[in-house]
Design a protein around this ligand. Sequence first.
Ligand code: SF4
Ligand code: SF4
Length: 146
Amino acid sequence: MVAKCKTNNQLLKKVAEIYDWLDLQIRQSADTPAQCDACGKCCGFAQFDHRLFVTPPELMYLKANRGDENLKPMPTGLCPYNTGGKCTVYDYRFAGCRIFYCKSDPDLQSALAESTLQKLKSLCTQFHIPYNYADLPTALNTSAPA
Ligand code: SF4
Ligand code: SF4
């Protein structure tokens, strides 16, 4: 039990490191999501015609840091963590949320997404977590408690 807990803590630390790395890349980028005004429109995926994909370590990180709220299902095209246009899990939001900026270069975003995905994939291998890359509604609807 103690060993499992320690492994979980190590995993969470590694996810935090990946997000820190990602945030740094974004801050240093010339064409940057740091200019995003956090209007929250792109969190309404259906309306915005936008998709977001997530991996198991990201879901585990959100779940571990959200305490009782844990994972929520997503019955509509709006992310369940968006309330009144604002992200309620901002510090723990997914890599895709950090990378996407509606006005930045899609190629730059793809390159950043690819590098980040490789790091998350490596974590799955290191911690023996089955790798899965699912769109957010599918991931939340299959992971959230009924
Ligand atoms: S986690 Fe936050 S930033 Fe990401 S889609 Fe949901 S509300 Fe938007
Ligand atoms: S990326 Fe664009 S649509 Fe999404 S929150 Fe930022 S400014 Fe709004």
